[in-house]
Write a protein that binds this ligand. Structure first.
Ligand code: NAP
Length: 502
């Protein structure tokens, strides 16, 4: 049961840079791939004698999306020289393998690339690579959907011989993280972000620090966030750190998914133990699970799936997270028995997924709700499900309102529209408690103006951490490390705000 090996691909332009980059890459890499096709007149004796890690020598021709344009005989001779000088691995393309003559003890990686798709006959291709003399067959294909990864995972699980299997492209990124989980001999990483040798490659420091790829094994449990888009999600940072802190053999990845029901059907067989569901799949995911927890069924949306005994159950942790964050701010010492929301006038702006979850939670606690939404249709639909009053946001602001609690559950004010606010300052009066579900930025314009007018406030971060902590607890049965989670999200959001200003 080998743990995940990370091989950093270097496309250094010359020998001097190659030597410096090898030394730097060694911090995160178990192996180093020298892409000799990027290098001007590589000095192989110097490079190989200074290698800090085992090396794969590769010289990819243009026809295989490499940079090498010279004669084929010289390309093969360069690889034979690398073998002679002691390189641990030589990578040669399937159509050139028969020309390569072994000159040393390197293990031969015979590689097959499909830059357009993931072909159906992966077994046949694997057999051809073996017949061509591969010690380690390598199949790298292009993923057009998340389920293309499954074809490669399936092959990796079945073959006996050490094999490398990865998918290129944004949909294939998870294969670069989960390679070892399914038995790939290694995963390739870029030296730094922006220096990828293939589409979808992830930088080695991220594979190691964020996903702890070096500790992924065949018994590592898989979790992730299912969304589209999903690359911006903070959840992998927070959940991987929480798994690490609890010493759990689990990894959490971003699943870029087009069809959530198909995704759940496919990944059931590949060790998916749970996931977070985000925009735009919270409603459609109901169709992909075996059971739905009753409140989530009423809300009509799930943000969490838990696998137990091969069955998926859908939950909604947004609801309790928001209500708990509001109650914590309303509660006075010594009045802990009933919900402080009981009988309170609660104006909820927004009737999307978050609005629905918050409204159902507030109603459960006895709050008196008014839904105010930009579009009439959605406001009416939610109000009819809840049997409460609804109004358009425009009318609300025209006629004014009185509220004990004002909730923004709309996207107004969310990054990048940070100067937007759903409710202008003139409507904000103490002692109204103002809660903004938006957490990026941490301090929205609504919260800033509410604070300036003396209103108590609750930020979307309080809800975000609570919903994530509840997910962690459902998945693991352990208490969530909330302070750690909050610290990570705060740091990430503050960095994003600084980067956006620069
Ligand atoms: P959603 O289902 O897409 O709904 C978006 C809602 O915002 C709709 O009611 C929409 O009104 C309204 N809206 C959009 N732009 C608006 C604008 N400029 N002015 C006024 N209303 C506007 O999204 P969602 O899942 O409910 O998420 C809404 C917000 O909550 C997002 O910012 C999200 O990040 C946040 N959220 C936070 C947490 C947390 O843990 N803190 C959890 C979930 C969501 P129409 O119906 O008229 O389009």
């Amino acid at each position: 049961m080998a743990d995940g090996l990370i091989c950093t691909s270097l496309k250094s332009p010359n020998t001097e840079t190659g030597l410096a980059e090898m030394a730097e890459a060694a911090e995160h890499a178990d192996l180093i791939e020298l892409r000799l096709d990027y290098m001007d007149r590589p000095d192989l004796p110097r490079l190989l004698s200074a290698r800090p890690r085992p090396v794969i020598a590769t010289c990819r021709p243009v026809r295989e999306m490499g940079r090498y344009r010279g004669p084929e005989s010289e390309r093969i001779a360069l690889l034979e020289q690398a073998d002679h000088l002691g390189a641990e691995f030589i990578d040669i393309e399937l159509d050139s393998a028969s020309q390569f003559r072994r000159r040393g003890r390197a293990r031969l990686i015979v590689s097959y690339h499909d830059f357009e798709s993931t072909p159906a006959d992966l077994d046949g291709i694997h057999a051809r690579l073996v017949r061509a003399g591969a010690d380690i067959p390598k199949l790298v294909t292009f993923a057009h959907s998340i389920t293309d990864n499954c074809s490669l995972f399936h092959l990796l699980e079945r073959v006996q011989q050490p094999t490398i299997g990865l998918c290129m492209g944004e949909f294939g990124q998870i294969s670069r993280i989960l390679a070892a989980r399914f038995g790939s001999f290694l995963t390739f990483a870029s030296f730094r972000a922006g220096e990828e040798c293939a589409p979808g490659q992830i930088a080695a420091p991220i594979l190691r620090a964020l996903y702890r790829v070096h500790r992924i094994r065949s018994d590592t449990d898989i979790y992730g966030v299912v969304g589209n888009p999903v690359s911006h999600s903070l959840s992998p940072h927070l959940h991987n750190a929480a798994f690490e802190a609890a010493g759990l053999n689990k990894v959490y990845v971003p699943f870029l998914v087009g069809d959530v029901v198909e995704f759940l059907r496919s990944f059931r067989a590949f060790g998916l133990r749970g996931c977070s569901i985000t925009i735009p799949h919270k409603e459609a995911a109901l169709e992909g699970v075996d059971e739905v927890e009753p409140l989530a069924r009423q809300i009509g949306a799930i943000n969490t799936i838990v696998e137990r005994g091969g069955r998926f159950t859908g939950h909604n942790t947004d609801c309790a997270a928001a209500v708990d964050a509001i109650e914590a701010a309303l509660r006075r010492p010594g009045h802990a028995s009933d919900s402080p929301l009981r009988g309170k006038r609660v104006v909820i702006v927004g009737a999307g997924g978050a609005g629905r979850a918050i409204a159902f939670g507030v109603r459960q606690r006895g709050g008196d709700i008014l839904i105010a939404n930009r579009s009439r249709y959605r406001a009416d639909r939610l109000a009819s499900d809840l049997r409460c009053k609804a109004i358009t946001l425009r009318t609300l602001l025209k006629q004014g309102f009185e509220a004990d609690v004002l909730v923004n559950a709309s996207s107004a004010g969310m990054y990048p529209n940070v100067e937007e606010t759903p409710v202008p300052r003139k409507f904000l009066r103490p002692p109204t408690l103002v809660f903004d579900a938006v957490y990026n930025p941490l301090r929205t314009r609504l919260l800033r103006e509410a604070e300036e007018t003396g209103c108590p406030t609750v930020s979307g971060l309080a809800m975000f951490i609570r919903q994530a902590a509840a997910q962690f607890e459902l998945w693991t049965g352990h208490a969530a490390p909330r302070d750690l989670m909050e610290g990570i999200v705060r740091k990430k959001l503050e960095k994003r705000a600084t980067d956006a200003r620069e």
